[in-house]
Design a binder for this molecule. Structure first.
Ligand SMILES: [Zn+2]
Length: 210
């Protein structure tokens, strides 16, 4: 498998649409238009991808959108907005994918918390692996899960001294909140391809924050 510079990978249109809708919910219409404009993604302004599973939304678009967020709002401001957009993404995503994945079934909801986290995380990882070019591996330790993204759209073509995949962190935070019926967990990106690591790795504590 080569990772040639000119090669691009894709999310299905539906997921690109979800990211844009969620970001718009957080930034407002003018905010997202400014971000898309600066990201040189002008064709997407008021023209989001169609709601289908065709692989039409490139990783480079998602990476540009995220870096433009920091250019418009500053790195601190952009980071907070990316986290909130990620949380909103999960909400939209659940509406689109939830029934299909079985995670809205009563049988899933009644599982013990730890099992639910494990089953939920692995279904979630499978969803990315099956429907997108993003590659996710789940690793389990005694006290935490490691969410390894081997091919990551969020920091695609980005370079930074700090981890930058805040959108992915926000999505996981909201997924955990939903799966646990309202608990908060410590979620932190410890490795990031944008800073030269081999993976983007997000650590999730199994124990919720008291
Ligand atoms: Zn990343």
């Amino acid at each position: 498998m080569t990772n040639h510079v000119s090669q691009d990978y894709y999310y299905p249109n539906k997921m690109g649409r979800i990211v844009l809708q969620a970001t718009e919910e957080i930034l407002g219409r003018n905010g997202i238009n400014a971000v898309l404009n600066l990201a040189k993604l002008i064709p997407l302004i008021n023209n989001y991808p169609p709601n289908n599973l065709d692989l039409g939304f490139s990783f480079s678009k998602l990476g540009s959108l995220q870096s433009s967020l920091e250019n418009v709002y500053g790195s601190r401001g952009g980071r907070g907005l990316a986290l909130r957009s990620g949380r909103a993404c999960f909400k939209y995503g659940l509406r689109e994918f939830g029934t299909m994945l079985g995670i809205t079934d009563i049988t899933f909801r009644l599982l013990p918390l730890n099992t639910k986290l494990k089953v939920g995380a692995s279904i979630f990882a499978d969803t990315f692996n099956k429907y997108t070019d993003q590659r996710v591996r789940l690793e389990e330790e005694e006290k935490r899960f490691l969410w390894h993204i081997d091919r990551c759209p969020v920091c695609w073509d980005r370079h930074s001294d700090e981890p930058v995949c805040h959108l992915a962190v926000g999505i996981l935070e909201e997924a955990l909140f939903w799966v646990s019926g309202g608990k908060h967990f410590n979620v932190e990106e410890v490795l990031c391809i944008a800073k030269g690591d081999l993976t983007c790795t997000i650590v999730i504590d199994k124990q919720p924050i008291e």
